[in-house]
Design a protein around this ligand. Structure first.
Ligand SMILES: Cc1cc2nc3c(=O)[nH]c(=O)nc-3n(C[C@H](O)[C@H](O)[C@H](O)COP(=O)(O)OP(=O)(O)OC[C@H]3O[C@@H](n4cnc5c(N)ncnc54)[C@H](O)[C@@H]3O)c2cc1C
Length: 399
């Protein structure tokens, strides 16, 4: 195993670091630092800066407008992005439907959609989960009945992140009923302005509007919007889910959180002493730092295996489980370090009549919202229990 990066890769890392230090707008950096949610305009503004630099799609092949970087460069780029506190581009277009379109789509679909995804002109949402289908996705019941050169969609999608901002949504729908639930599903691209689509907000535990319920009632879409063959959408669905777990360990952001925690522990006092001198707190912080290092080396080992052409194994599941558990543990310790100030709610929180000034250490008010929303991290992207099943199946099959 070789965990050293080449001189070229190290030079690349310096270039990326310099870019993030200078190109990330100060207002966006500040909001991310505070743990506050960005608006759609702020996200698009940042994504366009990445686009102008040619770095919006590190993993896409060059022929489709991506960087075509190898796994090492993608890793270095992602770590630097997290370390700099730069927002990760929204995955629904770039990481999910974009690769599905360039892998399985028609020339017309590629020509129409890919440039718009790269330029953040179209905002995508992911319509997979339903009220009766989450972990067991193949039990989905949305239907797409064919009539001439149109499909008529009926059903409900649930937990659809940012669908209230979306211009298009990709859905999995049943075009026929077959013996096996995975068969008869099609992958369909839908313009959100099509009549019959209703988006209703779901307010999550942090008090914000991230997710939605999207209802389709006799929604007519062209058959030309189907990606891949009719009834073979499960192939696209699985391909997309494998991409979804990329860079999920988010090492850069975790290291940044550790630095924030250390700074906070030096600045707040408990019992007349800096919190950093509290032996129990210091022990737990050191323990988390060790676990982040262990995760980093696990990711590097996986990276090394990928660079040597190894098959994709259970490692992405391990990275997802440990990455999200540590994300939650770090935000939990941050809450403890803030003590009573942890309850101060973020600026911008939609509470009628709210006019109090910020309290507590400056720049920490987004902590509680971040802590609460990060509870969802072990659920979305394939719950951690499902990831454990995947690890067990691969290991038992190999035993
Ligand atoms: C914040 C957030 C954003 C989301 N965004 C999107 C989105 O944009 N688009 C989209 O399509 N979906 C989205 N989801 C949905 C997400 O993919 C599902 O919540 C997830 O797949 C789990 O499905 P479920 O909620 O139906 O729970 P269930 O599948 O009903 O699971 C309930 C519990 O049972 C456990 N469980 C289920 N099956 C097994 C098993 N076989 N073995 C062991 N344990 C099991 C689960 O781990 C979980 O703890 C989002 C979810 C959240 C919370």
């Amino acid at each position: 195993m070789d965990l050293e990066f080449s001189a070229e890769d190290r030079a690349f890392r310096d270039e990326v670091r310099e870019f993030f230090a200078t190109a990330l707008p100060a207002d966006i950096r500040d909001k991310v630092e505070r743990g506050l949610s960005l608006t759609k305009d702020e996200i698009v503004r940042w994504q366009r800066i990445l686009y102008d630099r040619g770095w919006i799609a590190p993993h896409w092949p060059k022929e489709y407008g991506g960087c075509g970087w190898n796994a090492a460069r993608q890793y270095l780029f992602n770590v630097e992005m997290g370390l700099a506190g730069a927002p990760r581009p929204i995955p629904f277009g770039l990481n999910m439907v974009g690769p599905v379109i360039y892998t399985f789509g028609t020339p017309e679909q590629k020509e129409f959609h890919l440039p718009k995804i790269l330029r953040s002109e179209i905002w995508w949402a992911q319509g997979y989960s339903e009220p009766g289908a989450g972990s067991d996705l193949a039990s989905l019941s949305m239907t797409a009945r064919r009539e001439g050169d149109e499909y008529i969609l009926n059903g409900t999608k649930l937990w659809t992140t940012m669908a209230h901002w979306a211009d298009w949504i990709f859905v999995l729908a049943r075009t026929s009923r077959e013996e096996k639930p995975q068969q008869g599903i099609s992958f369909i691209l839908v313009d959100m302005t099509t009549p019959g689509i209703t988006v209703e907000p779901i307010i999550t535990i942090d008090g914000f509007h991230h997710v939605n319920q999207v209802t389709f009632e006799d929604v007519r879409v062209p058959v030309a919007g189907r990606v891949g063959e009719e009834g073979k959408g499960w192939t696209c669905a699985k391909f997309l889910l494998a991409n979804e777990r990329q860079a999920i360990a988010d090492i850069g952001a975790k290291k940044r959180m550790l630095t924030k925690l250390k700074r906070l522990a030096l600045g707040v006092s408990r019992g007349g002493r800096p919190l950093a001198e509290d032996a129990d707190f210091a022990r737990r912080l050191a323990d988390l730092e060790t676990q982040v290092m262990a995760l980093e080396y696990t990711e590097l080992r996986y990276l090394d295996a990928q660079m040597r052409g190894a098959e994709r194994g259970f490692e992405p599941s391990i990275l997802k489980i440990r990455g999200t558990e540590l994300q939650q543990a770090l935000s939990g310790l941050y809450m403890e370090a803030l003590g009573q100030y942890a309850l101060a709610y973020p600026e911008g929180f939609e509470e009628p009549g709210r006019n109090e000034p910020e309290i507590g250490p400056p720049g920490t008010q987004g902590g509680i919202a971040h802590f609460l929303f990060s509870r969802a991290a072990t659920i979305y992207g394939g719950s951690n229990e499902i990831q454990r099943n995947i690890i067990a199946k691969i290991l038992l099959a190999a035993a």
